[in-house]
Design a protein around this ligand. Structure first.
Ligand code: ADP
Length: 584
């Protein structure tokens, strides 16, 4: 059928005459054809009723179908593929529970401004709406709405092309996000005339149109920046997503303004860049008088732009963002510049002539001094070689290996593992670091790792806390099945935060934060034919990681860390007041 659909003109007259009924196509083929027509050639998903045949057909038609063990991780893979490519990542699930599992990833994608489309099969609408108890009955469209940027349902085969076009546009235009597309089982087997079907498909033109900033907003921003005594540029993951790498670099270097990358913007400029103020983060946030935000929100990760973190004194903010309603969301923004980052940064650059003032030597000098002091302190901490290994000595080993391979993708989650790795592991290239993101969540690990490996074809090193790893650990089988070059390093300290808590009642149950002591995560991957390493020293860790990268094989390194290392909630102790209170 798809043959006819794709090449109706190639049928010979005899063949055409032989056909008793007009050639038809169906919902299954139209979904696949619509995706392919828009260069969406990979589906991350998990099969079952009613989408198994859709997955089979997708593969038969030359698409890649990457099958997972849990839909949340398929969704996370799709989301990170969207972030890396500016094309919506596609996740496909079954109805009700499969859909709900995928919904977690869809909500996370929307929160992080990653474009993805969750396509779920669903039960018959007539039965669902009358609540008559269908197989896996659920009103998925309405369940998805609060957690998605947009949600659509297609009821007729001739609307599939439009439905997918709308989903693509909604996912990538303006502020990117997650879109839900509901496909009832009955739709997939609906047949329509093949020619009509082909005509109903839409190739989306200019899905994410450039949005030029208003010239007066650019002038206002430049005026504020000119008046700055201690300017700072803050780059967020929106800036990395925008793929305006050259313009952003030019803006930073031409202006001479020190910059801070948010965690997923690390590598947009190499972390070793002399204008990077990462090692003096607290100092610059407190002391800067004008802050130019580029694709970064003043949310909890930036203490909402106020309070102690920002030094208390009022600052002036310039904010470059595609979403007008982001402006003034937490503090007053003196100069909003609304548009896509590429266009906005180019416009700012256009207005910076040779007379544009450079930051004073006093400001850059003070930052350099603070940076050097902090880097020296960090170097001393990293140089220590405690036994057992701690977070710092293990991360030093990983840092030194990754320095030799700037092309490697890094996935990172955990509490302490995330906090320490974020500051110790330098990034050198854009869109290579994928982490817990806006929600600060755990569970993204293996999904992001698979998505990054499939999308880039490059190795991935996933630096995981043992607790964080647990959420997606079964996807090791997926990594092995597709023979992906993913090396997972589990920082094993026997528990959540650390492994030393005790049950105060003396009862048989261990404390809520404690795991099985001495667990051998490396054995898990061996069960699926991957390579396991057990590392108890930085030297063993270095060797195992080097081997893993050189082999390109699915690998897991069980990195044994001092079980007493690690602080409650990592850096978020203040968000866990109950536990602090209990300790008193
Ligand atoms: P971080 O967590 O790194 O600070 P956020 O996710 O909070 O970054 O912020 C990303 C911001 O970037 C969002 O406000 C989003 O609207 C914006 N954004 C995303 N893509 C673009 C783009 N192409 N052009 C302009 N702004 C964008």
């Amino acid at each position: 059928m798809a043959e006819v659909l794709n090449h109706p003109q190639t049928a010979t007259a005899a063949e055409t005459a032989k056909q008793e009924t007009p050639a038809t196509t169906d919902g299954f083929h139209l979904v696949i054809d619509a995706l392919k027509l828009n260069d969406l050639n990979t589906i991350f998903g998990l099969v079952g009723i009613p989408i198994t045949d859709l997955a089979r057909l997708a593969q038969a038609e030359g698409m890649r179908f990457i099958g997972f063990r849990h839909e949340q991780h398929a969704g996370n893979a799709a989301a990170i593929a969207g972030y890396m490519t500016q094309k919506p990542g596609i996740c496909m699930t079954v109805s009700a529970p499969g859909f709900l599992n995928g919904l977690t990833a869809l909500a996370n994608a929307t929160t992080n401004c990653f474009p993805m489309i969750l396509i779920s099969g669903s039960s018959e609408r007539e039965i669902v709406d009358l609540q008559q108890g269908d197989y896996e009955e659920m009103d998925q469209l309405n369940a998805a709405k609060p957690y998605a940027k947009a949600a659509y349902r297609v009821l007729h085969a001739e609307d599939i092309g439009i439905g997918i076009a709308r989903a693509i546009r909604a996912a990538v235009s303006g502020r990117p996000g997650g879109v839900y597309l509901d496909l009832p089982a009955k739709l997939l087997s609906q047949t329509i005339d093949a020619v009509k079907g082909k005509q109903s498909l839409v190739r989306v033109v200019d899905a994410a149109p450039r949005q030029l900033p208003a010239p007066d907003s650019v002038k206002r921003a430049l005026d504020v920046l000119k008046g700055a005594k201690r300017p700072l540029i803050l780059l967020g993951k929106g800036a990395a997503y925008a793929q305006a790498d050259a313009q952003i670099r030019e803006l930073v270097e031409k202006s001479g303004i020190p910059y801070l990358p948010m965690s997923m913007a690390k590598g947009l400029l190499p972390d070793t860049h002399e204008q990077s103020a990462s090692a003096a983060r607290s100092f610059v946030l407190q002391e800067a008088d004008v802050v130019l935000l580029i694709g970064a929100r003043l949310n909890w990760l930036l203490s909402h732009g106020k309070g102690k973190t920002w030094g208390g004194a009022p600052k002036q903010f310039i904010q470059v963002d595609i979403s007008p309603t982001e402006i003034d969301s937490n503090v007053a923004i003196a100069a909003p510049v609304i548009g896509d980052i590429g266009s906005c940064v180019s416009a700012l650059l256009g207005g910076m002539d040779a007379s544009f003032p450079k930051p004073s030597a006093g400001w850059t000098g003070a930052i350099a001094e603070r940076k050097n002091k902090n880097l020296e302190k960090m170097a001393a901490t990293l140089a220590k070689n405690p036994s057992p290994m701690n977070f710092h000595s293990a991360l030093r080993a990983i840092r030194d290996v990754l320095k030799t391979r700037p092309d490697i993708n890094v996935v990172n989650e955990g509490a302490n593992t995330l906090d320490y790795a974020r500051s110790i592991i330098d990034m050198y290239e854009p869109r290579k670091r994928f982490d817990s993101g806006t929600w600060g969540i755990m569970g993204i690990g293996m999904g992001f790792a698979i998505g990054a490996a499939v999308t880039s074809g490059k190795p991935v090193v996933a630096i995981e806390g043992d607790s964080a790893f647990g959420f997606s650990g079964m996807e090791l089988e997926t990594i092995c099945r597709y023979d992906l070059p993913v090396c997972t390093i589990v920082f094993n300290n026997n528990g959540v935060y650390r492994g030393t808590d005790v049950n105060p009642t003396g009862g048989k149950d261990v404390a809520p934060t404690v795991f099985v002591k001495g667990a051998r995560y490396d054995k898990m991957i061996e069960a699926f034919g991957g390579v396991g390493h057990h590392a108890t020293t930085p030297e063993e860790l270095t060797k195992a990681l080097q081997e893993a990268i050189a082999s390109g094989k699915p690998t897991l390194i069980n990195a044994v860390i001092d079980e007493a290392a690690g602080t409650e909630s990592g850096r978020l102790t203040n968000l866990n007041p109950q536990s602090t209170a209990m300790k008193k």
